[in-house]
Design a protein around this ligand. Structure first.
Ligand code: WTA
Length: 644
């Protein structure tokens, strides 16, 4: 008899359901899509994919609206349920926003956008602080079929500008200032310099976060809240095709140009909701806290669409883990009675250093599931999370996913009653996910206790559909390296029990301070300095950041400037072109770089040097200039001996 498609959190049927999800995805996801989403028109085809063409489609022929699913449908059932607890930067100063209030706010934003000529398919750049209005702006776009492109409000004007231009955004939504860790962040000023020269931008909408006077361009700039006040609190939803774009989100890849990954409507929303329930055991009445910034995929999926799609109550966190002190998270858990907490390993490692006296004074008895994402959760951090924060009573879920997968794809499954998480292991695939490992040479690696390139056999409903404006790059990056499967860019180890551990990126991407960063982006920013002949950036193990950013530099002949001055100028360049988080932790001037005869930099060698693993440099004989390795090594040894 066919297994009933009714997953419960603790489910003795879990294995059978998982098998069904990968063997019969049409039945599995088709049933859930009809049960869990509200459709304006039912779909007729569950799935139509052709991976060689990078074609992924789910729920074809169906029409729905994500904002209707996240708001109207919820309001009909529980208008006064709290959607967001907005935990403002200033501690103790939280505000609650009900589903009804969110719906009204969203409708007013949607009507405002419509009044200014935003129509279905238009791209909307969003550069805002962590406020409920940011979520309302996203949902307003979803309501009218506009495509939001949220840019993390820590990115520079140049980075914002390139993203606005790449997507030809019609409007930009920002705030006078942001506020984080007690410090004001000049969002409007940054937008002003970004938008100068962007002919596509017709209007800049400005919300008021701090209320300071900011420069104003008459005719272009609009006070968002004032415009909203003129608008009705209802707005019809636009019926959208399942595969119409919902949003785009830029992320780093191996080249200097970030890619705008496009997610669509039904599959993304279904997958987001399924993962939040089944990874975090979300139950009615719980208070879910994902402290990631909405500027990243974790915030899109686990602050906005996932929680609202299932009618959850979610904390929207504006501050930092150490403001006003390192007890911020746990004081908040105590005050708001948080049941699930989701953060990044880098934050945990920072807090471990600050001492347990910031944890123990607060009551954490409400916590049931503690989650982490973004980089490997090392054993020490896992243990601290489990024992000190969770008092050995909570489930720790080290979840793996990517901007590309849309939602959690590999994770300990508290929903299956027999998998005890192993520290450092995201463990097992979620429903519908079939991980496979390939050798570098493209051979499928069968069996256990083996390491290879992590790929996914069949696309889940939440997968990205394309790179905005460059479908060929989408195919080349994800579906060509190992034909017929999705290539994640990560390496993974499958242990003797078949559980997965992520071994790190196998491409030129690093995960520094919880942020994904392309080494080529940092290099191209630094190469703008007239004294730099060449640069090579690699990641290296860093106690708190997970990976630090290490820059090897070659100066042009005859440059005599003081090293310190050069490094400061390079730092400024990286801040100007990317963001403060991308600034290298270490700069090292070297006489040359290890290159193959065809001129390719052997980053493997640089990574080993940066990690002080001199005995693991491997074979250097194929280099065009093998002797350079000893010279770089000597320079690095000198640097580290100076630091000690
Ligand atoms: C890394 C973040 C180890 C990985 C949601 C991936 C992880 C990249 C984990 C995606 C984990 C994410 N263990 N590494 N649990 N989770 N990563 O797109 O390298 O910002 O490819 O999405 O983060 O980063 P992105």
């Amino acid at each position: 008899m066919a297994v009933p498609i009714e997953p419960h959190f603790v489910d003795s049927n879990h294995d059978a359901l998982y098998a069904e999800s990968v063997n019969n995805p049409d039945r599995f996801w088709g049933t859930l899509a009809r049960k869990r989403l509200r459709w304006i028109k039912d779909f007729d085809t569950v799935k139509d994919c052709d991976l060689k063409l990078g074609k992924i489609s789910w729920f074809l022929g169906g029409k729905l609206n994500v904002s209707d699913n996240c708001l109207d449908r919820q309001v009909e059932q529980h208008p006064d349920r709290v959607a967001f607890i907005w935990e403002k930067d200033k501690t103790g100063d939280h505000e609650t926003i009900t589903y009804k209030q969110m719906l009204e706010m969203t409708c007013q934003v949607a009507n405002t956008f419509k009044q200014y000529g935003v129509v279905k398919g238009d791209r909307v750049a969003v550069y805002m602080p962590m406020t409920p209005l940011l979520a309302a702006v996203m949902l307003a776009c979803a309501r009218i079929g506009a495509v939001h492109s949220v840019v993390f409000a820590g990115f520079s004007a140049e980075a914002l500008k390139s993203r606005i231009l790449d997507a030809s955004c019609k409007i930009v939504v920002t705030a006078d200032q942001g506020i984080r860790g007690g410090k004001a962040i000049e969002l409007k000023k940054t937008v002003d310099s970004a938008v100068a020269g962007c002919d596509c931008v017709k209007n800049v909408f400005v919300m008021h976060r701090t209320g300071v006077q900011v420069p104003w361009v008459d005719g272009r700039d609009v006070h968002l809240e004032e415009a909203m006040k003129q608008q009705p609190t209802t707005c019809p939803v636009e019926p959208l095709d399942s595969e119409d774009p919902l949003f785009m989100l830029y992320t780093s890849g191996s080249t200097g140009k970030p890619k705008g990954l496009v997610h669509t409507q039904a599959g993304y929303l279904l997958y987001a909701g399924m993962t939040i329930e089944h990874v975090f055991d979300y139950r009615p009445g719980d208070v879910f806290a994902c402290v990631a910034d909405i500027g990243w995929i974790t915030g899109h999926t686990y602050v906005v669409y996932g929680p609202l799609g299932i009618g959850a109550t979610c904390v929207l966190f504006e501050s930092t883990p150490v403001y006003p002190d390192a007890g911020r998270y746990w004081e908040m858990v105590d005050r708001l009675k948080i049941t699930q907490f989701y953060t990044a390993p880098t934050a945990l490692r920072l807090l471990i250093k600050c001492g347990n006296e910031h944890v123990t004074p607060y009551n954490r008895d409400t916590l049931r599931v503690l989650g982490c994402v973004g980089e490997p959760l090392n054993w020490t951090a896992w243990k601290w999370y489990h024992s000190t924060v969770g008092s050995d009573k909570c489930t720790v879920v080290d979840t793996w996913f990517q901007t590309e997968t849309g939602g959690i794809a590999i994770t300990p499954r508290p929903s299956s009653d027999h998998s005890t998480p192993k520290p450092g292991f995201p463990m097992s695939p979620f429903f519908g996910v079939e991980p496979v490992l390939y050798s570098k040479e493209g051979e499928l690696l069968k069996g256990n206790d083996i390491t290879g390139h992590l790929c996914i056999n069949e696309p889940m409903p939440g997968m990205a559909r394309t790179i905005y404006g460059d479908h060929q790059r989408f195919i080349d990056t994800y579906y060509k390296p190992h034909p017929g499967v999705y290539f994640t860019g990560d390496g993974a180890y499958r242990d003797a029990d078949g559980h997965y551990q992520i071994t790190g990126r196998v491409d030129d991407v690093i995960n520094a301070k919880g942020h994904r960063l392309g080494t080529a982006e940092v290099e191209s920013a630094m190469n703008k300095d007239h004294r730099i002949a060449e640069s090579a950036v690699v990641g290296y193990p860093h106690e708190i950041f997970g990976e630090g950013v290490f820059a090897f530099l070659i100066l042009k002949d005859g440059v005599k400037d003081d090293e310190k001055v050069i490094f400061e100028d390079l730092e400024k360049l990286v801040r100007k072109w990317i963001a403060a988080f991308a600034v290298p932790n270490v700069f090292l001037i070297v006489p040359g770089l290890p290159k193959t005869r065809s001129g390719k930099i052997m980053r493997r060698i640089l990574r080993k040097v940066a990690a002080s693993e001199y005995d693991q440099l491997g074979d250097v004989s194929t280099l065009a200039n093998p002797s350079i390795v000893e010279e770089i090594k000597a320079k690095h040894m000198l640097l580290t001996s100076k630091e000690q």
